[in-house]
Design a protein around this ligand. Structure first.
Ligand SMILES: Cc1cc2nc3c(=O)[nH]c(=O)nc-3n(C[C@H](O)[C@H](O)[C@H](O)COP(=O)(O)O)c2cc1C
Length: 420
């Protein structure tokens, strides 16, 4: 029995039940998502810091222009005047989505991960623009993640694609699901799929700082399936977090899941956006290198490698250029921590480190925040070591096919190929 014995049915179509999860900022690149799409599965791109991503990919200058516009504010702690130009935001989103969608060649689908915690100093308006622009550019589905707002669906309820685009949510408890469903049912628009993300996932965790350790994905999946059955709802559920082998996936599929969402194994794919040297850090990681901490200004726990450069940051906040985490009052907890550290530093010591929170906008943009799932230390089981001591990076297809075809918890390493 392997994953290929199962199919995900979604809106009259069938997919290979493997979903590559969204990984911002541009770790789940178009190329990574398109590999899944080409092989009949589902790949996510992420709209985290989409204007920055467009600058990198297409040579636009959204970040520099925004920074220029608010140049007089860079030394001001108060960022409430710093706003995104909604037209430019829509333009960037459309550009990025069209770029990806226009390269589809397979029978799979491309979804976009929209994190609602990217509040961008105007949470409702910016989220609406991001979702609508993605739909207009032809995205197949939108997965609402990190900080589910009850009114997100209302924001796009008038859009012509509201009932045709696939809409999914990421939840970590039945409680969050039942609250969201009440609102969705009022619009007669239940989600098309539900990603159930457990405590072993990468990125932010949807649990409290103290309760994530006592949770298990298996039990949240079982509770979610029981809840949906009780409510007479037939919505595919997609477990995520710690699914490392094809056999792990089969166990969830046999238990009633419709597909699985995976990410950590794909962080080291050649198509992943992480720089190659960071991929080597991921593969070299030991279990002791991984921690869940509260350094993210979002307030959610986040899993990362202890060696993440962001944990030693003293960078000046760049909310004028980036500013994706500014809340609706223009605040971010990193700004306060930064100025506190700056004002209390000992000038004789020179460099200082900002305690408590980190600058995630800059950290993610520079690939300095090495977020990963709990299984990161097992990546070395999946790759070959080269004579120079480095690890050979697999292709996304190698990893996808291993999930699809492997049995008995075996992992098929890609063949050793000559580099260069
Ligand atoms: C490097 C990395 C970045 C991630 N970034 C995001 C993100 O931007 N938004 C999100 O909703 N989930 C994010 N996640 C979570 C994944 O989409 C996925 O649900 C989860 O990591 C699956 O578990 P696994 O990594 O154990 O396979 C990220 C995960 C990783 C490993």
């Amino acid at each position: 029995m392997n994953v290929n014995n199962f199919r995900l049915k979604l809106g009259g179509k069938e997919y290979i039940p493997i979903v590559i999860g969204g990984m911002g900022v541009n770790i789940s690149t178009s190329e990574l998502a398109l590999s899944a799409e080409r092989l009949g599965g589902i790949g996510h791109i992420s709209d985290a810091e989409v204007m920055f991503v467009c600058d990198q990919l297409f040579g636009t200058s959204y970040v520099a222009d925004k920074r220029q516009m608010y140049a007089s504010n860079v030394n001001n702690r108060d960022k409430s005047s710093v706003h995104f130009d909604l037209e430019q935001l829509a333009e960037a989103q459309k550009r990025f989505v069209s770029h990806t969608i226009s390269q589809k060649t397979g029978n799979g689908a491309i979804f976009m991960n929209c994190m609602e915690k990217l509040t961008m100093n105007n949470s409702a308006a910016t989220l609406k623009v991001r979702m609508e622009a993605a739909m207009e550019a032809g995205i197949d589905g939108i997965t609402l993640a990190a900080g589910l707002h009850l009114r997100s669906l209302d924001l796009i309820s008038e859009h012509e694609r509201f009932r045709d685009v696939k809409l999914g949510i990421v939840i970590s408890s039945v409680r969050a699901l039942s609250i969201f469903l009440k609102r969705a049912m009022r619009l007669q628009r239940p989600p098309d799929y539900i990603v159930v993300e457990g405590p072993l996932a990468g990125g932010h965790l949807g649990f409290g700082p103290d309760d994530w350790q006592s949770q298990s994905l298996q039990s949240i999946v079982a509770e979610t399936l029981a809840f949906l059955k009780k409510e007479n709802l037939d919505i595919p559920i997609i477990p995520a977090g710690g699914i490392f082998t094809g056999t792990d996936a089969v166990e969830y599929l046999q238990a009633g899941a419709a597909a699985v969402q995976v990410a950590t194994r794909f962080t080291i794919a050649r198509e992943s956006g992480l720089p190659d040297e960071v991929k080597q850090h991921y593969i070299n990681a030991s279990p002791e290198d991984v921690e869940v901490n509260l350094s993210s200004p979002t307030g959610y726990p986040m899993r990362m490698l202890k060696q993440s450069p962001t944990l030693y940051y003293s960078r000046k906040p760049n909310c004028e250029g980036l500013g994706y985490l500014l809340d609706n009052n223009g605040q971010c907890s990193y700004i306060d921590d930064y100025y506190e550290a700056l004002e209390s530093r000992n000038p004789a010591e020179g460099r200082f480190v900002v305690k408590n929170h980190t600058c995630l906008c800059t950290g993610m943009a520079r690939y300095d925040c090495w977020t990963c799932g709990h299984t990161v230390s097992r990546l070395k089981e999946t790759v070959n070591r080269l004579p120079d001591g480095s690890w050979q990076l697999p292709s996304a297809e190698d990893i996808f096919m291993d999930y699809l075809l492997s049995e008995n918890h075996s992992i098929r390493k890609p063949e050793i190929k000559k580099q260069g």
